[in-house]
Design a protein around this ligand. Sequence first.
Ligand code: NDP
Length: 237
Amino acid sequence: MTDFTGKTILVLGGSRGIGAALVRRFASGGGRVAFTYAGSQDAAQALAKETGAQAIQADSANRDALIATVAAQGPLDILAINAGTLVMGDPLTLDPDAIDRMIDINVRAPYHAAVEAARQMNADGRMVVIGSTNGDRMPFAGGAAYAMTKSAIQGMVRGLARDFGARGITINAIQPGPTDSDMNPADGPMAEFMHGFMAIKRHAHGAEIAELAAFLAGPHGAMITGSMQTIDGGFGA
Ligand code: NDP
């Protein structure tokens, strides 16, 4: 089990789902963890109490507040960017403001947070960004804008790997497939449909995603950068 003792870690969007699994994994590994949330105050406080992590309210859609929050953490060893939203439906009828807010949270925020963290990040720091297997494959209608946001993460990760590499800082995308969370419940109405695209026909658990993040963020991840690490039960195979 990768040990994070002495590491300063920030998880963006950590109150629920995959983000909460990241907080649990880094905290149980001994890291000094802070995480942001936007609306789920009760869940955030409960997680903070459970793990000893610090909960910080900061909406990723508010660029300046996000940048200030990242800067206030001081030099980080690990930044995990997880906050994301999913807006799906007929592109001809979806609210353009909802699409733009998703782009703010899923694309603009990861970029500005990564850049801000890099200003102070310790040498050999680690960044992991939660993308999606939908960055590679969108096999059904209604997901164009969401897939666009996750494909954008791929370009960002490739480019920033080049910008940060001289300091030993790595940045990678983790691309989950269907993963049990409020966004995509394992017992939800879409579950069976999504399992149809998978070789292993079940939702992942957040802890499985977090373990991959722990590997990338640990010492064994030193030579992995600019990459997409897909963990999707064969959804994109
Ligand atoms: P959930 O909706 O279950 O949880 C989302 C988390 O992100 C919450 O902690 C939420 O905090 C936080 N968040 C959302 N918007 C903001 C915001 N504006 N500012 C700060 N925090 C925010 O989602 P998942 O755990 O399922 O998804 C996490 C990530 O994984 C997303 O990027 C998603 O796209 C990606 N993903 C998920 C998959 C899945 O099947 N579940 C598959 C592939 C990728 P709060 O409630 O406090 O606002």
